[in-house]
Design a protein around this ligand. Structure first.
Ligand code: AMP
Ligand code: FE
Ligand code: FE
Ligand code: ZN
Length: 294
């Protein structure tokens, strides 16, 4: 039992449903994710890159080759009032028009916002847009974000690590920060439901991301619109708040999930440090529009 592990599952007793790869801000490929999950004895894994399905095909190929169970998903950046919300979405039809439109507009907004942030940063740190793009391991297929700006600052010698850059110029409280324009959490719940998927609020009680958390009422509204679950088992959710989330999940009939938020070398989070129970995964598969890969 490590201090950053919050559920009681052993390492081989569940699924890690929150993992990033080179198709967003992770440092490992989808095949490396599947291989590591298999080597660690997990029951299965989900690929959940930010605002994209671009890594699904590679993950599927690796999972089929290894005979290892895979859920396909994404982590969608959204907002609810003044609260920044990350929504995990699983097993939806990737060709659904609503989903395709949503990703097209959020990706466009991300690129515009990143260019504006780089222009602000470049006044004090001489980095260019090309420097940021050269940190994306999949070029145009990569969902660009602050991690790539952080990596460009590291590469230029201004910080030693990505985390150090996030504590400095890349922080949401720095003068260079610009928020990315995002759909509402309600809209994401609706679009994912229409695309036949299951939506889950990621790390709903992570005070390092938000000074103000989603209220019981806000979560209740999302549940009424078809939200599927809450990611309770995540290192960002602390003691009392985890209890609140478990209570809400019980009251609102929401699934309780867990995941590491693995980013390879991009974050200290360890693959499998938080897990989702097999019966919860079975319900996600049953509700979803596409099949489990294995
Ligand atoms: P963005 O969506 O472009 O604002 O960037 C937010 C992303 O940065 C999230 O997906 C996190 O994975 C990542 N991130 C946030 N804080 C840190 C940190 N301290 N170290 C590394 N990555 C971080
Ligand atoms: Fe990330
Ligand atoms: Fe997140
Ligand atoms: Zn994440």
């Amino acid at each position: 039992m490590t201090s950053d592990k919050y559920n009681d599952f052993g390492p081989s007793l569940g699924w890690d449903l929150h993992c990033h790869t080179v198709f967003s801000d992770g440092t490992k490929t989808p095949a490396e994710l599947v291989d590591l999950a298999g080597a660690n004895g997990l029951h299965g894994v989900a690929i959940t890159d930010h605002d994209t399905t671009a890594g699904w095909a590679d993950a599927q190929k690796a999972a089929e080759r290894r005979g290892f169970p895979l859920l396909r998903g994404s982590e969608i950046t959204a907002q609810d009032g003044h609260v920044s919300v990350h929504m995990l979405a699983y097993q939806y039809d990737p060709e659904n028009e609503g989903i395709v439109d949503l990703f097209r507009s959020t990706r466009q907004a991300r690129i515009e916002r990143a260019k504006r942030m780089v222009s602000r940063l470049s006044k004090d740190f001489p980095i260019t847009w090309d420097d940021v793009m050269s940190q994306t391991k999949k070029g145009d297929e990569t969902t660009v974000g602050r991690p790539h700006m952080a990596d460009a600052l590291v590469s230029a010698g201004f910080y030693r690590t990505r985390s150090e850059a996030f504590a400095g110029a890349i922080s949401a409280s720095s003068k260079y920060y610009i928020p990315t324009s995002s759909p509402s959490a309600l809209q994401v719940v609706q679009v994912v439901r229409q695309a036949g998927g299951v939506s889950v609020v990621a790390h709903p009680a992570d005070y390092s991301r938000n000074k103000i958390l989603l209220s019981d009422e806000q979560i209740g509204r999302l549940a009424n619109a078809g939200l599927g679950g809450l990611e309770v088992w995540h290192r960002g959710n602390q003691g009392k708040e985890r209890e609140r989330l478990l209570r809400l999940a019980g009251e609102l009939g929401l699934l309780v999930t867990g995941g590491s938020d693995w980013h390879g070398k991009g974050k200290p989070n360890k693959l499998g440090e938080n897990l989702t129970a097999d019966d919860v995964v079975a319900q996600i598969v049953e509700r979803g529009a596409i099949g489990l890969v294995s």
